[in-house]
Every structure is written in structure tokens, then in C-alpha cells.
Design a protein around this ligand. Sequence first.
Ligand code: FNR
Length: 382
Amino acid sequence: MSNVITNIEDLRVLAQKRVPRMFYDYADSGSWTEGTYRANSADFQKIKLRQRVAVNMANRSTRVKMVGQDAAMPVAIAPTGLTGMQHADGEILAARAAEKFGIPFTLSTMSICSLEDIAAHTKAPFWFQLYWMRDRAFMEALMDRAKAAGCSALVLTLDLQVLGQRHKDLKNGMTAPPKPTLANILNLMTKPRWCLGMAGTRRHTFGNLVGHAKNVSDMSSLSAWTKEQFDPQLDWNDVEWIKKRWGGKLILKGIMDVEDAQLAANSGADAMVVSNHGGRQLDGAPSAIEALPAIVDAVGSRIEVWMDSGIRSGQDVLKAWALGARGTMIGRSFLYGLGAMGEAGVTKCLEILHKELDVTMAFCGHTQIGTVDKSILLPGSF
Ligand code: FNR
């Protein structure tokens, strides 16, 4: 079979070959039965597109603005923890690929490379994702560091007050760096690229938490630290406090319900992301694309509504846009690219998504993404 990479699934297969199993599984799994995780992608497939012909399809553009920021397409890199374990310097490489392609990059609180690392290796402003923690002074310090690093928006994640459980992580004894058990040593021996990449790098820990979280390396110590630090008492007053303290563009991530969407719109945030955390939190929740239309109907005229969870193609991006999402975020799609081929793999992922988006838009009879709406979808299929 040919090695030519033509779609996101090819990147996933290559990443699975190259990334140690515990890190691949950490990225490519969902919580409990993984039902919501699977539905996120499967529900996109149910939505059908209307093919139009004999329309002038020259001079196409997928350019948009997300919270006022130019983007080559309505796609941003989602915040993902431990990205530097998919590939050495993973966050830096993904940020660089995003910068070159002209889309926003979001750094997770739980990244391996730090805010300062990203600032040192890129010029474009990036976004910082914050988890709500008990230690307000630490959150303030993180926001100040994000400001100093030139972050142009803060993404506040609201759906991780408690942790969803991924069985595979527990079964794999997920640790960063990997613990030298016999099974891990055998698995690492089959992943020479990853080992070579990691040799010489000291980036095996959570870069933003250095000096704050002690001994957070494996899933049980992370889960203990998270229980101790992530504040289950978060409420909308706290969101207001964050908005004031940050003072810049604020994006609320993890909204799945119309009532919450209304509260999020009232909070004065600039955008919200309809997201079930890629099926990693509440298993049994609907897919994000299923939850999207009602939320757009309720608040889409008051606030930018975006979505993530399940996007594996440019067609998915177009379907989300047609249903009213003014932006999307991608998690696993870029992680597969990163694990498969580093920066070149993330670039490949973005090229694939863009090409699929552009050509699908043309098949549906549009040259400008701004004119695309629900009318490109087959009635009854969404
Ligand atoms: C995530 N996600 C996430 N979200 C967040 O706000 N902060 C984080 O640190 C993480 N960490 C994380 C790690 C990994 C490995 C994954 C796969 C996801 C959720 C992420 O931002 C996004 O919501 C989902 O990844 C979107 O779903 P898809 O595109 O992966 O299907």
C-alpha cells in the first residue's frame, strides 16, 4: 500500500505506529464507554450535503475572523494537555505550524512546553487556556504570564470541575515520562523515532506548573493534584471575576446546554465553544454537533458560538459552519499529525482540512464561506 498521506485517518494510523502506546491512547480515547466520543464523529456523517452544479466557483475564500482575529479558515488549534508527549517540543511545533498556516493556536494550562517557550518560538499572538483552580494567586500569576507572553485571548474551560475517567489511561499506568516497566520498555523499543526525539529534551513535565505543582507526573498524582487544585465550586460569579481580571477577549469552553449557553452569553464573554471535551468528560452527553443548533438558535445573535469535538475533515468544519458555528477547534486531528510527523504533520493536517473545506464548499455552490448557511444541508439530515 502507498505511504501517501491523503486524510486525517492516515495521520492517525501513522501516529499510532510512532507514538508510545500510553501516550497515543491518552490522546485517542474517551471516557467510560466512549459512546459520546464515537458519536462526536459519527453524527457528522449523518448530515448530508446538497450538491449544486453550473455555479461559477472561481476565486474562493475560507477566510474568517474569530473574536476579531484573522484566520485562514474557521479552525483553531484546541488546548490539549501533555501535547509534548506526542512529539518532543510538541506545543512549540504545533504553534509554529498554526502560525505559518494563519490560524489561532491555544496553549493548555497542562502543556509540557510553557507559555514562555511558545512566546520564544513564535511571533503571532496565541491563546491561553485556563482551568479554574482553588489558588487564585496562581491563576492570576498564569494570566499575567499569558499577558506578558502576548496572548490575545483567554479560553476558560468550564467542563473539568471533576475528572472523567478514561479506562485506557489507568490500564496503561499512564505516566510522563513513561515508567520503566517491562511492558513500557518493550513498547518504547518499537518506537525509535519517538525515543530519538525525546533524547536530550528535558521537557517531561507540565511547563506552566513548574514550581507550583510538586511531583505531578503520573495519572494518579495528576488526578490527586487536580482534585486538590481544580475547584469544584466554580460558578458564574467566578467567570465574571476572570473576565474582569483578564480584561481581554474571553472564550468560554465546554458549553453543551441551552440554559448554560444563555448564562454564558449574559456573562459578556466574546465567544463560547460548544464542546464535550472530545468525549473525555461526561460520557452519555450528546455529540457536540447535535447540541450545536439549539444553542445557536438561543444565543447565536448575541455571541460568537463555536464548536469542537469530533472534527476529522474539512467537510465536518463546513457542516459545523452551516449549522451556525462561527469557528471550530481541533484536538485529535492535529495531535495525530504531530505524533505522525511533528511540525510537518500538523501542517499536513491543516492542509488536508483546508483543501477538503474549500472543495466541499465549491461542490455546494459557494465561493465565500461567509455566504454558506443551513441551506447547503439536506433537510431532514440534521
Ligand atoms: C483535550 N482537551 C482539553 N481541553 C482543555 O480545555 N484543556 C486541556 O488541557 C485539554 N486536554 C486535552 C488533551 C487531549 C489529549 C485531548 C484529546 C483533548 C479537549 C480539547 O481542547 C478539545 O475540546 C477536544 O480535543 C475536541 O475534540 P476532538 O477534536 O479531539 O475530537
